[in-house]
Write a protein that binds this ligand. Structure first.
Ligand code: AMP
Ligand code: ZN
Length: 487
């Protein structure tokens, strides 16, 4: 276990708090996973890069990590506050496919992105539809005291628990209450913020996904799923619950209300009554032109980045360069810079050759980089500074390559860039629409080199122009030694 205590920002208390595990030596983390009705966009993936860095940091600190990420394949409506259609049903009917096939396809696509971004596999991917029985039991146990039925299903009465919405109110940091425009369209709802924990199938209709329940045939509400899987797989209270910042508004306050009901209704001055000791939220990746929206044609998926010639780990680097609680603005220029930065690191690492790693001893030359890294990452996951500590370590000169390798591996275990598995070639991805093959480029460059050797600068320039016309930028004297790149 490393020395500096880990502190994390708790959205529930609005404070940076020391991490004190519920079970000594362990860390139990639940992350709200994707709704698998469409491909994830890169903003969604920021949420999992953040959760991954959190998990890696907990492991780095010596805690035995149990991380759960769920897959939502039922119940998430087009509006988080119980309005609209089930996202899965909607997509399945648009594609004229079964929901199960839709879920299968997009779960696989999500897992491919997870892998490409070096996000570690959690202990379990919990799939919502595998927990229907447990959801019914949970709902039954709180129904009498906290729920009521109306035409469309079983609703949770938010006035039956103390402090409802405390997490959402935290959004206005000055403590002023947010007046959120909750849609109050459901007939028979007692309070605008009440939410469905079981949605009845309307009379005369059949849904592709529906189950029998004491409240009629239907499907669970989205918020119920996460409460139930968190409780079943990690036990209340567990250590940390994560999600994107939008979940502070509705999804997590509703989960918390259910958890309070399940745990005996204590107020939220004691965080344990919320089901988890710490609630953490990553801020959004934003893109001004609206390409982040899944409803826009060419939305920003990881595959689009690859098609344009960016290695997925350049995007991971981009995420690490911002603190998870800051908004991150996406731009291609920013992604270029992140790619250059990771290339630079890979080049330095390649220079270390195959030196066998030595133990990360108290080597004086690395002491300050290691201390800087440790302090940064322990301070609410300060990845931007941790990256500079890694660069400091890479820049240390006249030192045993094996020790350096060990120090870099030590830091990369948290950052997850996989620097020792990357190569320059792997980072040089050809955009999908590139016309010229790599061999053609290399041939042209060899001809150009020969022309320059003969001081035939006219020929050399002509080849350069030829390549530029094919979007190949020749980079003479490039400090990275990359020689060419596709533009
Ligand atoms: P969803 O599949 O819509 O449930 O979203 C999956 C995760 O992505 C959730 O944790 C969201 O809070 C998070 N998320 C959605 N949009 C963004 C974004 N633009 N930037 C960062 N996280 C996001
Ligand atoms: Zn959730």
């Amino acid at each position: 276990m490393t020395d500096t205590p880990l502190t994390l920002f708790n959205s529930l208390t609005r404070k940076v708090e020391p991490f004190a595990p519920v079970h000594a030596g362990e860390a139990r983390v639940y992350t709200c996973g994707p709704t698998v009705y469409n491909y994830p966009h890169i903003g969604n993936m920021r949420a999992y890069v953040f959760a991954d860095v959190l998990g890696r940091t907990l492991s780095f600190k010596g805690f035995k990590l149990t991380h759960i990420i769920n897959i939502t394949d039922v119940g998430h409506l087009t509006d988080d506050a119980d309005d609209g259609e089930d996202k899965m049903e909607k997509m399945a009917s648009e594609k004229a496919q079964s929901i199960w096939d839709v879920a299968q396809h997009y779960t696989q696509a999500y897992w491919a992105d997870v892998k490409a971004l070096n996000i570690r596999e959690p202990a379990k991917w919990s799939v919502a539809t595998d927990y229907i029985k447990e959801m019914l039991e949970f709902a039954r146990s709180i129904a009498d005291k906290h729920c009521y039925q109306c035409e469309t299903g079983l609703y949770f009465d938010v006035t039956t628990v103390e402090d409802y919405g405390r997490l959402a109110r935290a959004v206005t940091e000055d403590g002023a209450e947010e007046t959120r425009g909750r849609i109050d369209t459901v007939e028979g709802k007692r309070n605008a913020a009440d939410f469905a924990i079981w949605r009845k199938t309307p009379a005369g209709e059949t849904r592709q996904m529906e189950w029998d329940s004491p409240w009629g045939k239907g499907a669970p509400g989205w918020h119920l799923e996460c409460s139930v899987m968190g409780e079943k797989l990690l036990g209340f209270p567990f250590d940390i619950h994560t999600g994107g910042i939008d979940h502070r508004e509705i999804h997590h306050p509703n989960e918390i209300a259910q958890n309070q009901a399940f745990c005996g209704c204590g107020g939220l001055s004691d965080a344990r009554n919320s089901g988890a000791n710490i609630w953490m939220h990553n801020n959004f990746l934003v893109e001004r032109s609206g390409k982040m929206s899944k409803s826009s044609g060419e939305f920003l998926r990881l595959q689009l980045l690859l098609d344009k010639g960016y290695h997925p780990l350049a995007y991971r680097m981009m995420c690490l360069q911002a603190h998870y609680r800051s908004e991150l603005e996406f731009s291609w220029k920013g992604l270029d810079a992140a790619l250059t930065r990771i290339k630079r690191m890979v080049m330095m690492v390649e220079r270390l050759g195959d030196a066998p790693p030595q133990p990360v001893a108290e080597h004086p030359k690395f002491a300050s980089a290691l201390a800087k890294f440790e302090t940064a990452i322990s301070d609410d996951l300060g990845t931007p500074i941790a990256l500079t500590a890694l660069e400091d370590a890479l820049a240390v000169k006249k030192v045993d390559a094996g020790i350096k390798r060990a120090v870099i591996e030590h830091m990369d275990a948290v950052l997850g860039l996989g620097l020792f598995d990357l190569t320059r070639e792997a980072l040089r991805i050809r955009p999908k629409d590139a016309q010229t093959s790599e061999t053609e480029i290399e041939d042209a460059l060899a001809r150009r080199k020969a022309a320059r050797a003969k001081k035939d600068f006219a020929a050399s320039d002509a080849i350069r122009d030829e390549l530029a016309a094919q979007h190949v930028d020749v980079m003479d004297g490039d400090p990275l030694g990359w020689e060419w790149k596709l533009t």
